[in-house]
Write a protein that binds this ligand. Sequence first.
Ligand SMILES: NC(=O)c1ccc[n+]([C@@H]2O[C@H](COP(=O)([O-])OP(=O)(O)OC[C@H]3O[C@@H](n4cnc5c(N)ncnc54)[C@H](OP(=O)(O)O)[C@@H]3O)[C@@H](O)[C@H]2O)c1
Length: 392
Amino acid sequence: MIVVPQTPAVAPPSHDPGSRIQDPGRFAFIIHPLRISDFARRYPVTRKLPERLVELAFRPVPPRMVSHITGIRSPTGARAEGWFIGLPLTPRTLMDSPLEFVYRRLIQCGRLAESLGAGIVGLGAFTKIVGDRGLTVAHNLRIAVTTGNSYTAATAVDGALLAAQRMGLEPANVTAAVVGATGSIGAVCSQILSRSVGRLILVARTRETLDALQARLRSAGPSTTLGARRADVRVETHVKAAVRMAEVILTVSSATDVLIEPEDLRPGAVVCDVARPRNVSRLVYERRNDVLVIDGGVIEIPGEVDFGFDFGFPPKMTEACVAETILLALEHRYENFTLGRDITLPQVEEIAALARRHGFRLSGFRRFERAIGDDEVERIRQAARHGRFAQV
Ligand SMILES: NC(=O)c1ccc[n+]([C@@H]2O[C@H](COP(=O)([O-])OP(=O)(O)OC[C@H]3O[C@@H](n4cnc5c(N)ncnc54)[C@H](OP(=O)(O)O)[C@@H]3O)[C@@H](O)[C@H]2O)c1
């Protein structure tokens, strides 16, 4: 029977503090296919089948251990090892199936993690969006659960502001837009951004929640002292209208379709696309040489890391939500760190501090599994300055 929690559960630490130095922290992380073509990497025959049929065929398939993750070693000497656990459900299956079914599958993943020896399990992609975002899963496991969203938020803002700086933009003078601003990641990112940019446009489909967030950010006061709001905060329900006004854009919406097309962006715009699936059309990369689009939250993990599984990143690199799970394992902090909808600023600051301590860092700019070098950023900057962009 699935027990639905009334309050966030916190798993007790399941380690001996005295043996921290010797013992690696142990974690697991749940992954799932983001699109139908991901099945074809392992099962080529699925390429020839209708999408719905593939989804239906995999629906009853239980989760399995995909790989053993080894070699994580922090500069502090702390070590960690872990396992990717694969759940063969697409975003559509996860979002459209009865919650009871999805929770049962996620709890199965967690039990597999427990049996492997993990002290904490991270929720990947849509497994952290569905239902109550990890609360029920955590309540039904003996190990801790985290969505990884605190570190995702920290690195998304850092990445966007760093990219803006490299494009010669001064945060205090820019208009930034957060697409998906009222979401779990979007709200705390908006809060952080509102401290540093000149104007901030909050974007989502639902006017009421946008207005509530705007009021919350405005109540932080118009002061420019550290920690208080600096930005002039507006709301917008039309993604394209907002994007056309912004120089810096953070996309953190849960839309399953592309929201931003090549013609939507201003020359010289910076977009940090955190959403999975991505909110920015691939055509932007192909047709606009005057905008800088980067993936959000790609982190280099310290040590001789072997993920044992190719998820499209270079060696040692992974997404911020995986990195948060690893950080908590390195600390032997087997607690439900980020669960549910609300992420607080102190949580984001705490995980960012842990990341600095363990030598985790943003891996430079990347997009679609490719690094963006300094020379490329400079070419984009020059193309924007001289109005030389490929016709769309
Ligand atoms: N790259 C990474 O490491 C990483 C890690 C964690 C999460 N993510 C991704 O980050 C995204 C956000 O996650 P979350 O947990 O914050 O989601 P969430 O809490 O469900 O929030 C989604 C936000 O998107 C808005 N939205 C949904 N559809 C929209 C549309 N068509 N147009 C405009 N706004 C739309 C929602 O507001 P309305 O419903 O009012 O429109 C809400 O503000 C997801 O794509 C997730 O997969 C990435």
